[in-house]
Each structure stands twice: as C-alpha cells, then as structure tokens.
Design a protein around this ligand. Sequence first.
Ligand SMILES: C[S@@+](CC[C@H](N)C(=O)[O-])C[C@H]1O[C@@H](n2cnc3c(N)ncnc32)[C@H](O)[C@@H]1O
Length: 274
Amino acid sequence: MGYEESINKQYGKSNLGAQILDTLRSKGIDTAKEIQETLAPIEELHLRGMSATLELIQESGLTKNMNVLDVGCGIGGSTRILVSKVGCKVIGIDLCEEFCRAAGLINEHLGYADNIEIHQGDALDMPFANGTFDVIFIQHVLMNIENKNQLFSEVYRLLRPKGRLALNTICAGSISPVYFPVIWANNPSISFLLPPKKLRQLIRNSGFKELLWRDDKKKVLKEIEVRRSKPPSNKPRPISLDLIVANTREKWKNIVLNLKEERIVVIQGVFERI
Ligand SMILES: C[S@@+](CC[C@H](N)C(=O)[O-])C[C@H]1O[C@@H](n2cnc3c(N)ncnc32)[C@H](O)[C@@H]1O
C-alpha cells in the first residue's frame, strides 16, 4: 500500500461529514451555535484541542485578516477557530479525502464557506504561490511526514518574509519504542517521530528563526489527570470522538502510556521565516 492510501486508511472513515451532521441532527442539534458547541471538544485531533490552538494563535501573533494556511487540517476544527476567534482568511490542506470532504461540508453548514478553502493534497507539494501566507499552522501532522526537509522547504516557500510557522507536534521521547496503535498511526509504517533536538535544528537549518520552543508534556498530563479526577457526567455526550477516529479507547490509552513513560513528548513552537 502506498503512503497516500495508508494515510487515507488511517484517518478516512467513509461518508464522515454526512455521518457527523446526521448524528447531530438526529439528536436535535441543528443550529450553527449548537453544532459548534457540540463539536468543539472533538473536532481538533491534537492533544489539548482548542486550548492548544488558542495558545498558538496568541504566540504566533495572529491578527484579523491575516492569510493563514492550516497544513494537515483534519476535519477543519482549527480552521474554524482561526476564523471565528481571530477573523483570519484560512486555507486548509489535508491528504485525507474524507477529512477534506467532512471539513468542507461542516464549513458550508456552519456558514464558513466564504472564509475557509479546503484543498485535498500533500503537504510536500502544495498548490499555492510563493509568499502567499502570513502564518502557517501545523498541528499534530509532522508525525506522519518522513521527508521533513521537503515539508519545511515548502513552508519556507509559502510564507512571506518574516511570516511565521506555528507548530504543535509529538516528538520522540527518550525511551523507545512507541506503543501502537495511536491516533496518527496503527503501526510504525506511517510514524516518523524525531527527537525534539533534531527537529529544532532541522527547522532552524531550513531558514527559520526560533521565537518559541516549549515542551508541553507535563501540561498535557496534568490536564488529563484533572479531567480523570472529575466525576463522570450523567448527561451523555451527543457525539463522541469514536465517530471520527476508529478504536479511540485503545489509541488514547497508548498515548497516555507513551507520555507517562517518556516514549513521546509534545512540543509547541513558533518560528519566523528569515
Ligand atoms: C492527527 S491529525 C491532525 C489534524 C488537525 N491538524 C488537527 O489538529 O485537528 C493528522 C492529519 O494530518 C494529515 N496528513 C498526514 N500526512 C499528510 C501529508 N503528507 N499532507 C497533508 N496532510 C497530511 C492527516 O490526513 C490528518 O488529517
């Protein structure tokens, strides 16, 4: 199986967008506000979800009307935050066809179609002109990309001078191997984790000045602990992550174990294109 097929198999549940909207409708959740509130805890497929995105927005200095590219945008959760909270103009690109279709459908349903464009394609060869973007977001995507040199050369090409790269990623920890399956890979064939030191050097060598580099592992574990210590809600969620990601329980259990045993770490970084 080729790389693109493997990524689509990893993430792409068939007819996902319609399934999400139909499930919400069947539970009487129909207005844009209700849909947005219900999707908020599950539509961003990275650790600490919306909190991490809001932090990156602030740390990368994003302001209204900036042109932003969200690389590996998934079902478009972060693209909608970038529009609704900041007023950016956003393009999302993702290799997974079902995710792109779902993102497009949800955006249209919620009235975002004029501010967000979704493209299906590979981050290693993106169909945009040089210097198009003020900021490029990449959240929890590097783990699937082996040729990171090519990725950062594309990011460099697409950013205007002094444009910024806002990064949130999982890196290799001090212990190996990683326990699989995890959200980004069911096995090592599409998992390409670099140690933080190597990744940091690679980005600097690709023409970027570092503005922020932070290990968020402790913060992530603390948040998980706090959530677990709360009594279970007696009001079941109308929609769960299982609808979007297969085998969520086992993948989540492995991610927590990988974090606790230092097999993975979580890095948030901001870089400026020189
Ligand atoms: C763990 S998900 C994160 C999605 C989104 N960034 C978020 O945080 O909600 C990883 C995403 O990266 C996408 N992806 C992986 N490799 C890619 C590539 N080479 N080009 C574009 N997208 C890619 C996957 O299809 C998937 O949607």
